[in-house]
Design a protein around this ligand. Sequence first.
Ligand code: NAD
Ligand code: UDP
Length: 398
Amino acid sequence: MASGRVDLDGRPIKAITICMIGAGGFIGSHLCEKLMAETPHTVLAVDVYNDKIQHLLEPSTLPWTGRIHFHRINIKHDSRLEGLIKMADLVSSSLLKFLSTINLAAICTPADYNTRPLDTIYSNFIDAIPVVKYCSENNKRLIHFSTCEIYGKTIGSFLPKDHPLRQDPAFYVLKEDASPCIFGPIEKQRWSYACAKQLIERLIYAEGAENGLEFTIVRPFNWIGPRMDFIPGIDGPSEGVPRVLACFSNNLLRGEPLKLVDGGQSQRTFVYIKDAIEAVLLMIENPARANGHIFNVGNPNNEVTVKQLAEMMTEVYRKVSGKPALEVPTIDVSSKEFYGEGYDDSDKRIPDMTIINKQLGWNPKTSLWDLLESTLTYQHRTYADAIKQAIAKPMASS
Ligand code: NAD
Ligand code: UDP
């Protein structure tokens, strides 16, 4: 598994210890899985939850026993985080070559941005400051998860609908080192997340410039796949609003129409989590090529409107579940009704791939249809029975 592995420049890859904050989340769980199955690295997994990595932690006969350690720590108010990084420093000077910190911790569901703007800003900016500081002070490399939402709206979105320049990529393709960050007014609290993420990116960049912090910033463009968020009323709150993949999965599992916010006209590019994790592994194992860079990680070939996504998911779900689609598969809802006051939206998100291609040679592989097929197969297998029981229960009690 580990022997003979080399980096992109042909050098042998040495085992490292990674302090992964937010390891129990969607991306963290896939990254832990990849690191355990395909590398010799050790993970200090920090999170408040571990349900999504439970299968990696037990039983003690797993081949990677001893290489993943879960620490239930809320980084908001727990001094153990610094201790962990310091303790790992000792480890680093004896057996292991160096320690990387990967920070994934965040509130990152749009339903929270305008309804819980304070938590959003604290989680994405204030709580991340100590992580940056400890890395800088202890000479640790940091891979920080930002977001594609940092670009905000495209320049083209301010042109009239039929303006020819809207077709010019210069007006919509998002480039790490050239595109501006365009957010709406303060009262549109949707942008509290993007703004907090931008400020922490600027802090990390400044720590790099002034104090030599070794960093890589990742901007995920709608990574989707199994274990994303939760299904309301099954493994998350009934009234909770997860991201679109889980919202639409929930509707399909329950046989309800999919809700299109403001007609589902916004455009997104979706990338399969397993493709995206390959990119993160390249960043981890090729520090000389990744340090000092900000990387878009997405799949520009998988662009759809949210309405088209709903139609495709309906079709794929019909195939994987064997259940017929509803006669009226979607309904329109206003953003105010769905998300509340202060919601706004990114119009279009196409990642420019030049930098990640040049530095790491990474390209996404999986088509939207294929990634939806494997993801909805997982959703059906994991949740269909639980949903059936949840729907039957109130009827049985009445
Ligand atoms: P997620 O919500 O599944 O994972 C985040 C994890 O961080 C959760 O397990 C949560 O419990 C943990 N966490 C939050 N606050 C914490 C705290 N105070 N202490 C300890 N743990 C804490 O989200 P994800 O999709 O895995 O996203 C990971 C990162 O990537 C986030 O920073 C997010 O902003 C960024 N991102 C993801 C996407 C995507 O497509 N999935 C898109 C843009 C940005
Ligand atoms: N959306 C929708 N119906 C839903 C959930 C989301 O139409 O049930 C839309 C949402 O308004 C946005 C897009 O889907 O335009 C993607 O939303 P998501 O929550 O995945 O996050 P975002 O890409 O905006 O960060």
